[in-house]
Design a protein. Sequence first.
Length: 407
Amino acid sequence: MKINRTYLFIVLSSIALLIVLIIQVNWVFNIAKIKEDIFNDKAKMVLAKTLEALGNDKVTCGNFEKGGSKNDKQKVDSLLQTNMKLYNIHIDYTFEINPAPSNENIFTNYLNLPQNSFQGCVDVPSSKSKLNFKLIFPEKEEFILAEMRMPFFISIVLILVVIIISWRTIFSVLKEKKIAEQTNDFLNNMTHEFKTPITNIALATKMITKELRIEKNEKQKKYTDIIQSENDKLKFQVEQILGMTELERGEIPLHQSKVNFDELIESVVHCMHLQFENCNAKINLELNAQNNSLLADAVHLNNAICNLLDNAIKYSTSNPIIVIKTFNERHDIVFTITDNGIGIDKSFHEKIFDKYFRVPTGNLHEVKGFGIGLAYTKFIIEKHGGAISLKSEKEKGTTFIISLPNA
Ligand code: ADP
């Protein structure tokens, strides 16, 4: 099954977003836990300090054995207040001091303590008994929540920002994909509509030539030849656009068979000899590949080579000199086409194989084209398991290098 890249991107980015959200929520909970731990540590320190001071005060301890007076409670309260200030705790608290029953299980007692209470024991110096000291913070939960307000708020804002940006990105990607598909469909339908007029023009030109015996009239023959050759060019472009779309969509498979590459090149050069003659092009063939057999779709490979030779002529300034070389490299046949044309600036080398890309020349395009030839050529070469690259500099000509695996 062919995986759609856009949907794969959306799924992957949604998963990444979900992971980020989980991490963010986890982070908020961790901060809450850390804040609570810090508070608990401080409260335990306050309790320990207070117990230490109380343990040294024999009289007050003794009094609490009998219940403790208001004065005793105030004394402990002021001790607590001092320690609270020391450890920076500024919330309400209460405390209880009771004689500890001798058979009390201290651990069960600690485990059963509510989250907002802290308990400790102090030995009464005058007797062998102990006092239970319980420090309670009734508003502990509210305090932690209040401390959490800022990070929680920032997290919510960040999460919302990330969700909105991701949603907008996904929405734009889907919208652009839809527009690209619609444009492609429109282009294909429009191009398809050109097929019938092109066939009719070709037929009509043939009929004119035949019926009116145009061969005898030089001028008329010249004009019908122009119509014929321009119509052929249009036909080639239309077939290329439609052929590429069909290949890309997997609607037509490549029909591969054993091909002799030297013969293929010679036949392409022969087919184009009129074009070469028209522009006084010089073709040098240096076919040195010992093993030139390939498994290929001869029609598509033929079109791909035609494109490269056509460009070598189209993008030349003076009389084109085109050198075609072949040689073997490991298990590949390497094929280069060098021209002495206008060259391609390095900054365009990556884009040159993109569909519809043409090297910008302002709004002035002396050479007409759709920017589809190289995209088609690359597509066909890669479909054959090969690779295409180029060496070129502005005004210093261009070399296209193609490697294809030997059969
Ligand atoms: P088209 O020729 O129809 O514009 P192509 O896909 O064949 O489309 O080529 C894309 C662009 O690459 C061309 O517009 C041209 O600017 C540049 N180009 C291709 N071949 C050559 C070449 N041999 N020399 C210089 N420029 C070239």
